[in-house]
Design a protein around this ligand. Structure first.
Ligand code: SER
Length: 337
């Protein structure tokens, strides 16, 4: 008998670490984690970790020979700025890596006669607004609007959303009497902010970087203009969105891809929130043209009505609660003891 497990890829990234801890605290004992990097030692109590590459087919084959994978949280990805520097590597990890896991999940669904659940984090990067005038005219975008990403990462995410949806509707066992399709579910996240990890290689990173630099008493130059506006979310809400979506009854879901968001801030409003807690923080703005162009193509806000209606999504951390109760106390504690 193979052991039943939940697989989490990219566990050593910022969402992965928060997710595995939450899953374990909710009583999930059989967690298998996979990352190209080691898992921080303090997380070994939560999961059995395998250090390896999602592109390694023999590793994936070994996994399915040893484990019955019931759910996959596929967090591994190269983020948007990094992907612009290494587009081919980004395509390999973000698209081919996802394709390999989707294939594994569809075959497992067929084999066990029950759908494997595949939870996929997508992003505001799946959108692409052509100019700032359009961005200000269409601020709370719906899932199907402005799907014209301008980055490799955004293209990768949008395509993988479609691949997941495709595999959840079409697979070779369609011919069977009661085919068992993969149960693919996806959220499009805004920029995420964690008190415990600093993201690396993203383009929404100016927010979290500003905050962590202020707590360390280091000067920081944001790589965007002060009026740059995108939606953000605190990490506990991001994890909660993944968990809520995974717990929703299948028949309540009217879509495979859902926007989720919490609050929308300009870079200057973000700076003001940071200054409220760290009044001496030295934060200025030195826009980087390429990164600015990327953030300008992302919507100023997201419409997440469908997630709210279908599976009861509601952020618990608005801007005040994010900063006052989650970010500032934990970051102070982290850097200032
Ligand atoms: N935070 C991601 C990035 O900046 C977008 O989802 O790449």
């Amino acid at each position: 008998m193979r052991k039943k497990v939940t697989l989490i890829t990219g566990v050593s990234g910022e969402v992965g670490l928060a997710l595995v801890k939450n899953l374990a605290e909710l009583g999930n004992k059989d967690l298998l984690t996979l990352d190209i990097r080691p898992q921080p030692a303090e997380y070994n109590q939560y999961s059995f970790h395998i250090q390896g590459d999602i592109l390694d087919k023999s590793l994936l084959n070994r996994l399915i020979s040893e484990y019955e994978i019931e759910t996959i949280f596929h967090m591994a990805a190269l983020l948007s700025t990094r992907a612009e520097f290494t587009p081919v590597a980004a395509h390999q990890v973000n698209v081919e890596g996802t394709m390999g896991l989707l294939q594994l999940a569809t075959e497992q669904s067929e084999w066990r006669g029950e759908p494997v659940m595949f939870i996929f984090p997508s992003s505001i990067a799946a959108y692409g607004m052509p100019d700032l005038e359009t961005k200000s005219r269409f601020s709370r975008v719906r899932e199907w609007e402005w799907n014209y990403p301008i980055t490799m990462y955004g293209c990768n995410k949008l395509y993988c959303e479609m691949l997941g949806t495709y595999f959840s509707r079409n697979y070779r066992q369609l011919a069977a009497e009661s085919p068992q399709m993969l149960d693919f579910r996806c959220v499009r996240f805004p920029g995420l902010i964690s008190a415990f990890t600093v993201p690396s290689g993203g383009t929404s990173d100016y927010g979290p970087e500003m905050l962590h630099a202020a707590a360390k008493d280091e000067p920081y130059s944001a790589f965007v203009r002060p009026d740059t506006q995108i939606p953000f979310m605190a990490m506990p809400d991001a994890v909660n969105a993944l968990l809520l979506l995974s717990q929703a009854p299948k028949n309540a879901l009217s879509r495979t891809v859902y926007n989720v968001t919490s609050y929308s801030l300009t870079a200057n409003q973000f700076r003001e929130q940071v200054l409220k807690a760290f009044s001496g923080a030295k934060i200025d703005f030195k826009p980087d043209l390429k990164r600015q162009r990327i953030v300008d193509s992302w919507p100023a806000d997201l419409n997440d009505n469908d997630a709210r209606r279908d599976w009861g999504w509601k952020p618990e951390y608005d801007v005040e609660r994010s900063f006052d109760e989650y970010l500032i106390p934990n970051i102070r504690n982290r850097y200032q003891g």
